[in-house]
Structure formats: structure tokens, C-alpha cells
Design a protein around this ligand. Structure first.
Ligand code: ZN
Ligand code: ZN
Length: 793
């Protein structure tokens, strides 16, 4: 299937400059050297292993025909463990062949036991469809793999339930379709030998906590039918994958983490865009965040050249060198800005050269994606700017250079994106371009936090009562709950059941707890914070999508820009009573940024550390917040157009927070004047929120904060950092558990920032409700020094 345009374009690029040469040329462009660190990630030789003895000749032949000569060591190790009946998680890098680790034991079992079945779960339908193609291509008799999801025609469903032995689905379908219909699935579940959970690192936060209980419900149904399937999980490289997988499944899980697949060497540069002269702050910068996200920003002065501009220039330069380059940009709009800007500079240099750069947007059809892959592979296309939609399920490896515009939030994602660089055995270049924020700035000055640290742990909290109670209700509908089930669902299950009884949802009988209502409870795994709000196009009445209740005030206030599948809409009206926002298509040249104000009270303390003048706490809090205004900013320059007031009701959030207190005396001794205490705490709070993603897989939009010189509940100067999800998502808990390293990194990030009075790279926050005032950078360092001096490491 060759596209006709290929004939008119020159053949693919020959060997370009070496990564070291290329980097030398890139960094020689400006006056100051923007590179803060260069890491050589050495090439790795693959370590093959023999086929497991239990893999039949037929199975080996099927894989050999698909180009697998022998498994790599990690694949064989994980496969052997799973085949012996141990629950296992394989957590290795991009393109390390994790699928063979579960396909081998699962398919070997299906071939040797004609009754056995396998259930495969992927986070997206597209990924399940890719996996279906891979399994079907092996052509093994009697396996009859099939996808079972929302798109599966009714007519085929019964056939799949009866005859397929390898069912591919997603957690939502398991929750909404398979478990409630367990009677129809009894034949399948009774014979279930393996449950495969692919890309399991995506099950984090509140969504991950829901999925954890869906899996417990699955285990419960299997047990009723006498089955105890083995769980095989595949994860991107992540910190402590055994613990995360154990929390997800509720089972003891063994981790295989030693990646034995071969890899080309990568020259990895950390790149900090130069500071702009003070007076040019509004003339040539692009906002780092151009989605209509939660960032209710204020009068930030952009002190560094924007990461988008810098990435666009680097993309143009590498393409001009004939180097196949992929640029990762966080927002869709940002990817378009990078591609357009690179195209313009290339066309200025050589008319027509700009055509070899394109933008990739999520939502492309499979054929369109394949065409892009083909064009890049053949060299018709040399540069591609993409959102991280390309992280999952697209086969794009073998690039010469990868540009990462802004830290993608986790080291796991960083390595996944960088892993796109390097075609068979050849050296490649990866560049992380820092955005103007505390985390990015910290990382480019602390390469050990990237290259010397394990990737972060996937955080989830199955004990969240806001997840546990509705999940127990779902379980009770599927079969009455028994005391034995309480242990399965873990900490807090008894309390949650008692509350469901008190609320009249469950009735206790001698044989267990029964669901009392006719209809099933409505529980959305991905929805959080209230009923979702529907987004409707006024002119057509078409439903575009939904936004969870918790985010709706930020994302769907009147005047907000709402992006959907690459199309821009403007919100005309947000009807909270009907749970509906009316929008029309419009593509203005500004972005919108909502601002909120917050109040907080302590409900209970779960755990604390008494460290003399310093206290560190974990507990429940009630947060009251109100979105009060939004700002419009020019997309191209970041210039603030105006701030407009909003009239939205306040909202309550019961959640989990970590907080620390300091005695006023200790602050005075450290040299913080009492008038500067509010600015000191506020600055420390902002930076601490910015650095928390270093410890846990969250981003700063998942968490909120509040600081005050005297809080009525603590009666002391206090900084609160809380989970932005009802009941908590595990982030504050993680912050509490890693408090001294978290605050140490926060302190260093502030101290090492080159600015004088605070900037977006250290203590300013893009979502501050107080317009980033007051802020005192030097006093924030003193505050954190007091905490660190007293807190046990
Ligand atoms: Zn700064
Ligand atoms: Zn603030």
C-alpha cells in the first residue's frame, strides 16, 4: 500500500551527522550555552534466553514465523514465573517486547488445555485492537481471540462469550458489562487461567483505585466458580512495580525489571532555554501551557524563552540537517504551534522544505497513523510534532532524534518518549527542553534526579472511601457480600459497608449484605467529583463529550475554550442544574485560564510526626473552593488580554492532605520577619506542589495547596497540600511518606533558581488564586530549612 506521492519525494535520508556532532551544532547557535547536562546512555546488547521447555513446537513456530527467534531473558523469566502460577509484573522499557512475556504462558496454556480461557485488559480500545491483531496473526488453532468492548455488535457478543478463549477488553467493559452479566460469563470465568493487565501503570490515582476494586470483584466471581487465575501485568518502567501491582490486584506479585532487550546508545541532553532580557517579556514568548487546563494564571512574567519556541527552532535545525526527528509537546495546540513555526523557518531558508514537517493529533484514524509512520520511515517526512498520544500503541521507533518539550510529568513517560530514538544499533539524540516551571528547572540542574533515580511509583489508594463504597455496592449487586469479602476489599471495607447499611443501600441478613434497590448503582470508573457535565454543541444538539464534575467549573465556565478532537469550541453557557454546557465552534487566538479561591478546614489527623518546632501531618480536610474569574491570553505571545469575573457557586471537597506547621519562634530565629511569614509559606507551598510529581505519578493539576500565617485548626503557620479528588488519590499520602526528600528537592529547586525575587521556574504558580502575591523567595528557603533541620530523614 504505497502512497502515490512517494515517487515525487527524494529517498530516505542517508546517515546524518552523529548525535554528538548534531548536538554541538545545535548548542552553538546562541550566545549562551543552553545545555546543562549531557548524559551518554550506553547501547545495550540483548540477552536472549532459550524457549521455555513447556512452550510447544507449534507455539515456537508461530512466534518464529512472526520474527521472534528467541525470547529475551526478561520475557522468559516472567513467562516461566507465570506458567508456574506466580502472579508477575514485567516492568521494562519501550519496545522491550513485554507482550511475549504474557502471550507465551497464556497461549501455551490455551494450547495444552483446550478448556482454559484468558482475559486481557488494556486501558484503551485501540490498544486491545492492536493486541488482537498480534494474537490473531499467530494463527493458533482453537484460541479464537476476540475483542469484547462497547463497539462489539450485539450479534457477536453471545458467540464471543461461548466460544472465544482469549477475550480482549478494558476495565470499563469489565465493570459495566462482564461482571454484572457474570451469569452469562460463568462458562468463561470458571475456566479462566490468566488475567493479563497491559500498560498497568496507567491505572493510577482515583481511576486506578476503581480498577483495583473491579479486579477484586473479578477475583470474587472467579472464586465463586472455583477459578483462581494467575495475573500477569505489563508496565512501563516504574518504581517499585511489585508494590503497585500488588495494590492494584490485591495479590502478592513478583516483579521482573531487568530489561534484556537490545538498545542503541542515546546522547541525552538537558536544555534550558535562555533568560530573556527583562523588557522583552511580552514580545516573543509563547505560554508553556496552551490547553484550556486548570491553569488560572495571573500576571506571570515569562522570564525564559518559551520551551515551545525553543523546540520549534530545534526541530527546524535538525530537519535542515536531514535528521528524522520527533518532537513531543504536551498540548495539541502546542504541537501545532511547534510544527507551524518550524515549517515557517524552514521555508524561509529553503522554500518547500517546510512541507517535510507535520503535526500529529490524537484521534487520527488508524490508516492515517500508518501513513504518517510510513512517511517518516521513508524520509518523505523528516519532522513530526506530536502530543503524547503517540506514547501508546503507535509503532514509531527508529528515529534519529527526539525532542521533548517540557518534562512529560514522570520519568516513566520521559523514558518512554526518549525510547523512540535510535534505529537498529544506531546512536540517537534526545533533548529535554525545560519549560519555565519549578519541576523542569530543578530537573535540568539535577540530572541525577533523571538519570540516577528510579522512575516513580504508580500511586493508587484502594482504601479511598469514595471509591470503596460505590465499588462495594456494585459487588453486592453481583452477589451478596459476606464477611470473607471484606478482607478481599481491604482496609476500610467494614466501615464502608456499615455506612451503606446506614444509608439504606444494603440490608444485612444472616447470609450476608444484600443490595436493596431495583436498579444498579451508577459508578463511572473515570469520573471523579460529582456527576459528569455533558458538552453539547448548541447548533446541532450533538453531544461532544463529558467533563467530570470536579473539573467542570475550570474547563466549562462561560467563555472557556474547550478543545475536542483538535476542534476548538467556546462555551456559551454552563447549566449546573442540568449538568450541561452549551458550546459553539470558534477558534479565537486566545486561551482561557480559570482562577479559584480556596478555604480549608481539618477534619481529622490520620498520622503525624512531632519534630519539636515542626509538625508534619496527614489527615482528612474539607476544602471549599470557588472559581471566581478567568483570564484570556494570546496564544502566540502569552500576552494577557483581560481578566473577566465569573459567577459560579462554591464547591466542597472532602479529601486527604499533608501539612506542616512551624512555631513562630523557630521562624523568627531563622530570620523570617513576621510580616514576611505569609509570603514565605506561600512561596514554599507553590514550589512544594510543583515538585511533588517528582515523588508520585501525579501532575500539579491533581493537587492543590493553601498556606497561612495562622490557621484556626493548627493555630500555627501552616502549609497544606491536598489531593484534588474526593477522598484522596494517594498523592498526599505519598508526599507524607517521602516528606524529607520531597521538601529537600523543593528547597534546592528554589535556592538554585537564578532569578532574584521568584519566577515561574521556582515559586510562582500558574494556578495561584491569589495572583502570586505575596511571595518571598529567600524566606521560603528559610522556612524549608527549619522544617528539614527538625524533620527526621
Ligand atoms: Zn526563579
Ligand atoms: Zn498561590
Amino acid at each position: 500500500m504505497e502512497a502515490s506521492s512517494a515517487a515525487t519525494v527524494s529517498a530516505g535520508p542517508g546517515p546524518g551527522p552523529s548525535p554528538a556532532d548534531l548536538l554541538r551544532r545545535l548548542r552553538a547557535r546562541g550566545a549562551a550555552d543552553p545545555v546543562t547536562h549531557v548524559e551518554r546512555v550506553p547501547a545495550r546488547v540483548g540477552v536472549p534466553a532459550p524457549w521455555p521447555p513447556w512452550a510447544s513446537a507449534e507455539l515456537r513456530a508461530a512466534f518464529t514465523q512472526r520474527g521472534v527467534v528467541a525470547p529475551w531473558q526478561h520475557q522468559a523469566e516472567a513467562a516461566n514465573l507465570a506458567y508456574e502460577g506466580e502472579h508477575v509484573v514485567v516492568a521494562t522499557g519501550t519496545a522491550s517486547g513485554k507482550s511475549l512475556a504474557y502471550q507465551l504462558p497464556a497461549l501455551a496454556t490455551l494450547l495444552s488445555d483446550p478448556r482454559a480461557t484468558v482475559l486481557y485488559l488494556a486501558p484503551t480500545k485501540a490498544l486491545a485492537a492492536d493486541q488482537l491483531r498480534a494474537v490473531a496473526a499467530l494463527g493458533l488453532e482453537g484460541v479464537r481471540p476476540a475483542c469484547y468492548d462497547g463497539d462489539t455488535p450485539r450479534a457477536e457478543r453471545e458467540w464471543i462469550r461461548r466460544h472465544s478463549r482469549f477475550v480482549l477488553t478494558n476495565p470499563d467493559m469489565l465493570h459495566h458489562g462482564i461482571l454484572p452479566g457474570h451469569a452469562q460469563w460463568s462458562g468463561f470465568l470458571r475456566r479462566l487461567a490468566y488475567v493479563v493487565i497491559d500498560e498497568c501503570h496507567t491505572y493510577r490515582g482515583v481511576f486506578g483505585s476503581h480498577v483495583a476494586h473491579v479486579l477484586r470483584r473479578l477475583r470474587r466471581q472467579c472464586a465463586r466458580f472455583g477459578a483462581t487465575p494467575v495475573f500477569v501485568l505489563a508496565s512501563a518502567t516504574s518504581g517499585d512495580p511489585a508494590t503497585a501491582a500488588g495494590r492494584l490486584t490485591g495479590l502478592p506479585v513478583t516483579a521482573v525489571t531487568e530489561d534484556a532487550s537490545p538498545r542503541g546508545g542515546v546522547t541525552f541532553a538537558l536544555w534550558e532555554p535562555p533568560l530573556l532580557p527583562p523588557d522583552s517579556s511580552t514580545s516573543s514568548s509563547v505560554p508553556a501551557q496552551t490547553t484550556g487546563g486548570h491553569d488560572g494564571t495571573t500576571d506571570l512574567i515569562q522570564v525564559r524563552r518559551s520551551a515551545l519556541r525553543e523546540t520549534a527552532d530545534l526541530l527546524a535545525d535538525t530537519v535542515a540537517e536531514g535528521v528524522r526527528t520527533l518532537a513531543f509537546v504536551r498540548s495539541r495546540k502546542g504541537a501545532e504551534v511547534v510544527a507551524a513555526s518550524a515549517r515557517r523557518s524552514l521555508d524561509d531558508a529553503v522554500p518547500g522544505l517546510g512541507d517535510r514537517v507535520a503535526a500529529y493529533r490524537g484521534g487520527y484514524l488508524r490508516e492515517e497513523r500508518r501513513e504518517l509512520e510510513r512517511a517518516l520511515l521513508h524520509g518523505d517526512l523528516l519532522g513530526l510534532a506530536s502530543t503524547n498520544a503517540l506514547e501508546l500503541g503507535v509503532d514509531l521507533v527508529g528515529l534519529d532524534a527526539v525532542l521533548i518539550c517540557g518534562y512529560p510529568g514522570t520519568r516513566a513517560s520521559l523514558w518512554q518518549q526518549a525510547g523512540r530514538a535510535g534505529r537498529s544499533g544506531q546512536e540517537a539524540l534526545a533533548v529535554l527542553v525545560a519549560r519555565d516551571d519549578p519541576l523542569d528547572t530543578y530537573l535540568v540542574h539535577h540530572p541525577e534526579a533523571i538519570f540516577g533515580a528510579p522512575v516513580e511509583a504508580t500511586v493508587l489508594d484502594p482504601a479511598n472511601p469514595y471509591v470503596l463504597a460505590p465499588q462495594l455496592a456494585c459487588a453486592a449487586v453481583e452477589a451478596p457480600l459476606t464477611p470473607a469479602d471484606l478482607a478481599l476489599f481491604g482496609d476500610g471495607a467494614k466501615e464502608a459497608v456499615d455506612e451503606l447499611v446506614a444509608a439504606g443501600a444494603l440490608r444485612q441478613r444472616p447470609t450476608g449484605w444484600y443490595w436493596r434497590h431495583r436498579e444498579r448503582p451508577e459508578v463511572d470508573l473515570r469520573g471523579e467529583g460529582g456527576a459528569p457535565v455533558c458538552v453539547v454543541e448548541s447548533s446541532t444538539g450533538r453531544l461532544l463529550g463529558t467533563v467530570d464534575g470536579g473539573s467542570s467549573h475550570f474547563l466549562l465556565h462561560p467563555g472557556a475554550i474547550y478543545l475536542h478532537q483538535g476542534v476548538s469550541y467556546v462555551v456559551d453557557d454552563l447549566d449546573l442544574a442540568d449538568g450541561c454546557a452549551l458550546v459553539h465552534t470558534e477558534e479565537p487566538d486566545w486561551s482561557t485560564h480559570a482562577r479559584d479561591v480556596t478555604d480549608l478546614s481539618v477534619v481529622s489527623v490520620r498520622s503525624y510526626v512531632d519534630a519539636g518546632p515542626v509538625g508534619m501531618f496527614l489527615g482528612e480536610v474539607d476544602v471549599t473552593s470557588q472559581v471566581v474569574s478567568y483570564q484570556r491570553r494570546r496564544i502566540a505571545t502569552g500576552e494577557v488580554i483581560d481578566t473577566r469575573p465569573l459567577d459560579l457557586p462554591t464547591r466542597e471537597l472532602r479529601t486527604v492532605a499533608v501539612w506542616f506547621t512551624l512555631s513562630p519562634q523557630s521562624l523568627a530565629r531563622a530570620g523570617v520577619q513576621s510580616a514576611d511569614v505569609p509570603g514565605a509559606l506561600h512561596a514554599a507551598e507553590h514550589a512544594a506542589i510543583g515538585l511533588l510529581p517528582l515523588m508520585a505519578t501525579c501532575d500539579r493539576w491533581d493537587i492543590g495547596g493553601l498556606s497561612t500565617a495562622v490557621h484556626p485548626d493548627t493555630e500555627a503557620p501552616t502549609v497544606f497540600v491536598y489531593d484534588g479528588h474526593p477522598g484522596g488519590a494517594g498523592f498526599a499520602e505519598r508526599a507524607y511518606g517521602t516528606a524529607s526528600s520531597w521538601l529537600r528537592a523543593t528547597r534546592d529547586a528554589i535556592a538554585e533558581c537564578g532569578c532574584e525575587t521568584g519566577c515561574p521556574s521556582c515559586v510562582q504558580s500558574p494556578k495561584c488564586g491569589n495572583g502570586n502575591s505575596p511571595l518571598s523567595k529567600p524566606d521560603a528557603i528559610r522556612v524549608l530549612d527549619v522544617v528539614l533541620a527538625n524533620l527526621p530523614a
